[in-house]
Design a protein around this ligand. Structure first.
Ligand SMILES: N[C@@H](CCC(=O)N[C@@H](CS)C(=O)NCC(=O)O)C(=O)O
Length: 211
């Protein structure tokens, strides 16, 4: 299977981490230098897109993760029974709405790397912070009682939420949390084999340690 990517793009990282966690090997097609024909793969021109072996195309990072989850045959990172599935879906949505999407948007509005591509509104970016801080506190409270967001093992909820937190710190919207639970979670997340690309990204942004 081939994954069309722009290296280090947030939704790409999410799928790369997920695939590595589930032991799925993908071929990566980097479209950052030549994306002239990419609209034939994804009319929205967004990455990632997954091309299946039979040439069908799947887009939307979370949908791609769901496909890889089933294809892997490994224990599901979306939950192995109804109760797990509900808990993981709830925390994934909280992480996506409260950390991942606003973290990415924050960067779009403030970081110099996007300045030439869009009109930026730093005042708008600042409005994203209170809700994100509140969300991180809710995650910290949850992580006071368990090593990962929904229990003893990593799930898609951890991947989405942790990436959101990392983006906020990378773009300077948040400083590393002083909460022990967030620091311990960060240490566990960063140490995982699946996080190679994320560790490179954190070095690129010269991020302060999160643990
Ligand atoms: N809902 C999509 C969002 C994909 C997305 O926004 N990708 C970004 C990179 S992380 C992108 O391609 N941005 C360029 C654009 O929107 O034109 C998903 O989850 O995959």
């Amino acid at each position: 299977m081939r994954l069309f990517i722009v290296p280090f793009a947030p939704n790409v990282l999410r799928v790369q981490i997920f695939a590595a966690e589930q032991g799925v090997v993908l071929e990566f097609i980097d479209i950052s230098t030549d994306h002239t024909a990419y609209h034939t793969i994804n009319p929205l021109r967004q990455v990632p897109s997954l091309e299946l072996d039979d040439k069908r195309i799947l887009t939307e990072s979370l949908t791609i993760c769901q496909y890889l989850d089933e294809a892997s045959g490994a224990p599901s990172l979306f939950g192995n029974n109804a109760d797990e599935r509900l808990q993981i879906a709830m925390w994934e949505r909280r992480g996506e709405a409260g950390l991942f999407n606003p973290g990415v948007e924050y960067g779009h509005q403030v970081h110099p790397m996007f300045a030439g591509r869009m009109k930026q509104f730093p005042d708008f970016a600042a409005t994203l912070l209170p809700k994100a801080e509140q969300t991180l506190t809710v995650f910290a409270d949850q992580l006071d009682h368990m090593p990962y967001v929904t229990g003893d093992r990593l799930t898609v909820a951890d991947i989405t939420s942790f990436l959101g937190y990392v983006w906020f710190v990378a773009y300077g919207g948040m400083v590393p949390s002083t909460r022990l639970s967030i620091r311990s979670w960060s240490e566990r997340m960063i140490a995982r084999d699946s996080m190679t690309n994320l560790r490179q990204l954190m070095a690129y942004f010269k991020m302060p340690p999160l643990n």
